[in-house]
Design a protein around this ligand. Structure first.
Ligand code: FRU
Length: 436
């Protein structure tokens, strides 16, 4: 059976994966948790899965870290974050509870509890609720979730994604001095409505600017903007106002990115290589979805730029300066196109002409068609191909497109109208620790 198993990406051994959660370094070990449901391919019962690594190449699959065992999380241990303080790892996440009775589960019938739990990096205990629906502002619907906690000079801050009763997306910012008692300190919102819900917020503090990453739901498609059912992107924050929204990744399969600062001070981003509520599918039979490659994020010239981390930069050059090649399923292409570009990787088509970049997955996308980016010049293109995925970075990471794609051949035939360098991709290794 062709199960399209990826070789450079983290994915569950079996069952479902969605958002990355709790990304952090704790006592020298990098922890990558994620929304998991090992028993279903549909993600019915959300728990937290757990990988660890020290080098982004060798991973341990630690199985489930959080299961929704308590009443205050009985319908799912939803997304959240982690903070390492001394010898303890503090986990914050949303306990989802659906109340019995007739409800729309937006305005009534749902509890979104903000839960704090403690961990030694292996087991998780001491789960308790620090904020519940009655603590959130009155203008909020029942949808307030996905706590992301940061250390700041005065203590700690937490951002939560929210949907108001007027169906406007916004972010609640809380502060605390002890990680237990949280006070509302700001409401981050846009001047004019940008969708009805902002999921998975992450507030980043660069030297001269604050950037709010989030996933706005309900943006109306405008030309080549917001082509996906839900967008992902970022605002610049000025006096609690969310301004100049930009999409982060323009591909079919990218959502709920989360960042953390590693031991070398790099801001690293990992996203879910998937998207909820799509009308296209994934044909894998035993596992569903994967995380993106880890990308180093920087803020430059007024915008975020992404680059695959050094550890996963390819080093083994297969062919230099060629326009056609037979390539392994997991490989990396780097090129410097001029005015235009036509590139075919088996049935995956890429084109750049007249200021428009087009990714065409119509013949290998299980319902995926085209996605676009408008850009005046295309100076560099880096393409990371895995067995069933592609991640494309344009102009030094100024734009990216991430997508799943499915081929039946074991060798890729690549044809371009411009020279490229072809490399072997770095493969990762995942070892399992006591998983039943
Ligand atoms: C985003 C999301 C989050 C939620 C989680 C549940 O994909 O909807 O808002 O916490 O997934 O799995």
């Amino acid at each position: 059976m062709n199960d399209y198993r990826l070789t450079s990406h983290l994915a569950p051994k079996r069952g479902w994966l969605n958002d990355p959660n709790g990304l952090c370094v704790h006592q020298g070990v990098i922890h990558i948790f994620y929304q998991a449901d090992p028993d279903n391919l549909t993600g019915k019962r959300k728990a937290w899965g757990h990988f660890t690594t020290t080098d982004f190449v060798h991973y341990t699959d630690c199985g489930l870290a959080i299961e929704p065992t308590e009443a205050f999380e009985q319908h799912g241990a939803y997304s959240g974050s982690a903070l390492s303080v001394g010898d303890q790892l503090h986990l914050f996440y949303t306990g989802n509870v659906k109340e019995p009775g007739e409800h729309d589960f937006i305005r009534s019938g749902r509890q979104h509890n903000t839960i704090h739990a403690l961990s030694d990096g292996k087991t998780v205990d001491h789960k308790h609720v620090v904020l519940s629906n009655s603590d959130y502002p009155d203008f909020c619907s029942c949808h307030v979730r996905d706590p992301k906690v940061n250390k700041i000079a005065e203590g700690y801050e937490m951002v939560l994604g929210a949907r108001t009763l007027k169906d406007e997306g916004c972010v609640l910012r809380y502060t605390s001095s002890d990680l237990e008692r949280w006070q509302l300190s700001a409401i981050l919102r846009s001047e004019t409505k940008m969708g009805y819900m902002w999921e998975c917020p992450d507030l980043l503090h660069f030297d001269d600017v604050d950037v709010l990453l989030c996933c706005p739901q309900g943006l109306t498609r405008q030309g080549y903007h917001y082509e996906n059912v839900y967008d992902n992107g970022y605002f610049l924050i000025q006096q609690d106002q969310a301004k100049t929204y930009r999409t982060l990744d323009y591909g079919f399969d990218f959502y709920a990115p989360q960042t953390f600062e590693d031991s070398w001070g790099r801001r690293i981003l990992i996203g879910w290589m998937g998207l909820p509520d799509t009308d296209y599918t994934i044909p894998t039979k035993t596992w569903m979805h994967a995380l993106t490659l880890p990308r180093q994020l920087r803020y430059e010239e007024g915008q975020l730029k992404q680059r695959v981390i050094d550890e996963l930069q390819p080093t083994h050059l297969l062919t230099a300066k060629t326009t056609q090649a037979q390539a392994p399923q997991a490989c990396v292409l780097k090129m410097q196109p001029q005015k235009s570009l036509t590139l075919a990787i088996d049935t995956l088509k890429i084109q750049y002409a007249d200021g428009l970049f087009t990714l065409d997955c119509s013949a290998c996308g299980e319902g995926r068609t085209q996605r676009h980016v408008e850009l005046p010049n295309l100076d560099t293109l880096e393409l990371y191909l895995d067995v069933s995925s592609v991640e494309i970075f344009l102009n030094d990471g100024q734009f990216s497109l991430t997508s799943r794609c499915f081929f039946d051949t074991a060798i890729r035939t690549i044809q371009a109208d411009c020279e490229f360098d072809l490399y072997d991709a770095v493969a990762i290794e995942i070892e399992s620790r006591d998983i039943q």
